[in-house]
Every structure is written in C-alpha cells, then in structure tokens.
Design a protein around this ligand. Sequence first.
Ligand SMILES: [Zn+2]
Length: 389
Amino acid sequence: MAKTFKDLMEEARRAVPEWTIDQVREQIGEGSQHVLVDVREKDEYRDGHLPGAVSVPRGFLEIRVEQDIPDKSKPIIAYCAGGTRSLLAAKQLSDMGYQQVVSMRGGYSAWKGAGYPWKQDRQFSPDQLTRYSRHFLLPEVGEEGQARLLDAKVLLIGAGGLGSPTAFYLAAAGVGTLGLVDHDVVDLSNLQRQILHTNDRIGMPKVESARETLQALNPDVHIVGYRERLSSENALRLFAEYDVIVDGCDNFPTRYLVNDACVMLKKPNVHGSIFQFEGQASVFYPGKGPCYRCLFPEPPPPGAAPSCAEAGVLGVLPGLVGCVQALETIKLILGVGKPLIGRMVYFDTLSMELRIHKLRQDPNCPACGAHPTITQLIDYEEFCGLRNP
Ligand SMILES: [Zn+2]
C-alpha cells in the first residue's frame, strides 16, 4: 500500500530525534562538532539563516550532501522553516548512512522568533545571480565566496601583457575593486599581446583604456586607475589599500620594489614573469613562504637579462602566465585549494613542458629573513645598477 504523508512523518519521527531550539542552541556553542544543515530553498536561506549553516536545499539533498559533508559520522542538525521538511530530510540522511542526525523542531521561524542569532548573507541582484551562477554552483565558491570576491581589493602592477589577462579574468569573476598602476599610454606595439587595449585607443593612458574594457565587461567592478610609475615614494601608500598585489611588471627595479613593499606590509605578492617563449609564476606570501629575494638576493647585472622590448616575447605567453596569476589571486581570496606558495611553476611553451619547483625560504634573506637588512624602500634603479650613483 502506498504511504501517505502522515505515514512518512510518523516513520521519520520514529527514526529521527527532534531537538527544541534551546537544545540546538546549547549544542552549537564553541568547539561544537555539529554541522547545521539548512534544507530550505536557496531564497529562504538567503533571507536569513543560522550562523554557520550549510545550505543544502531538500531537492538537492541526495545529490549534494555527500560532497558537502563527506564524513558520515559527523553529527548533523537539520532545520527548515517549521520543522517538517527537515524531519523528512533528516530521515533521508540517516537512510544514506549519516549516523547522528537530528531535526530542529519549530525550524527557523521558531529560532528567529525567540530572538536567537541569525545571519543574512550578501543580497545579490537578479543580474548578479545570473552573472555569477556558475560560481554559485561550485561549493568551493558559492554565495559566500562570491561575496568575498566582490568585497576583495586587488592591485595590479602594470596594465600590459600580464596585467591584461589577469585584470580581464578578475573583473569577469567579480573581484569588486581592481586597482591598476601604470604610467604608460597604449602603443601599437603593445597590441600583439596586451589584450585590454584596442587599436582606436593608441595614445590613450593604459589605465583609462583598461577601465573602459573592464567596465564594459562587468559594471560590478570598481576600477581605480593610478596613472603613475610605481616608486619607493608611493608603493607603501598604494599597497596598504589592497588585499592582494599582482606583479605584472616587466623590469627588475619594480620587481624588487614590489617584493620589498609586500614583505613590509605582509601582503601576498602574486608573481609572474615572461621571457621570449618561457614564463614563470609563484605566490610570495610573507610569513607563509619565501619571497622573491630568497630566490634572487641580487639582481642580474644590467644588460644580462634583456627586456621583452629588447628580446621579444610570444604574444600568447603573457596570457598563459597572467591566467595563472588570476587563478592564484582568486584562490587566495576564497581560501580554497593549495596556493602556489613556496612553489614556482615554469612554462616552456616551445616544448610545452611545465615544471613546478619547490622553493625554500632563506633564513638569511635581507627582506624576509630573521634579521632583515632592508627595513625601508630603497633606490631600486640604483640597486639594479641602472643608475650611476
Ligand atoms: Zn625572502
């Protein structure tokens, strides 16, 4: 005989303990092992939910829950709006092998009605819900991660070869504030690789051209252009405003300057550099791994490492390295995956060989070692032998 709703409820009640809101409140204090599972629809969750609750709508329960809560011995408290859906969901979870599942009687309305703490996540506009829908589908990003991206501030050094793909993808992903430092104007010779810029913008400041492109892509993103050369005078002031610094510069003085300023301010420095057909990328995170000076305490002698303007560069190469920089930046903001800290990825595009080298922090590093000798920003042109003292 087919089961009625009443039968199902009775069956669930026999199988699943129900806790009152007070019991739940007692159990979810500090150090609690319990996972709160909100089984209501996404829009109900969005309007307000218990702090720390995982959203797994009832309709997706069987499909999603093993991904969100792989450990079936974890104690679970399921709740919905009034206590009915969560009771059925909790029964389903026990049937799936979850060992300790309870349902909260009275649900979210009783909880909120009692004046207990609840949380409302960032409200997304209908356009944003569509724009970032592919991010929302990833449990590692979701609405919380997207809110984090929208709140993040990333500073790009250079709106050129590396800065172009990085800025493009960060803007598309909805990184809320993108600062761009570049003193240059668009030149015809840039367009072979600097894809932010276009033919009709030759002569326009790169930060302006970049703003037009990025704003057209995603109006959510606030673009802050700094049409100035990064220097020992402005670096600390500019960097202080941002969470992550992306180094897309094309010269050694700036690379050392970015490194030292990041070490001093303890900001992550997402490094990338390119030469002809080869590129490299890493994340230098002060306190968590080596810095650029740990690897290269001294710059190469002037003229020993020619620039792209002197030696040439394959147009698509900065695309590859810049995308790695964008990816690592997003991982840092979301706090997911294994960041490229203490590792350097090398690309040789002609042989299409990719190598990842482990990097070590140098305890005697002049910037990030135990007894640093670089305690303020110096004259980096002089340090790199590019200016006669
Ligand atoms: Zn170092």
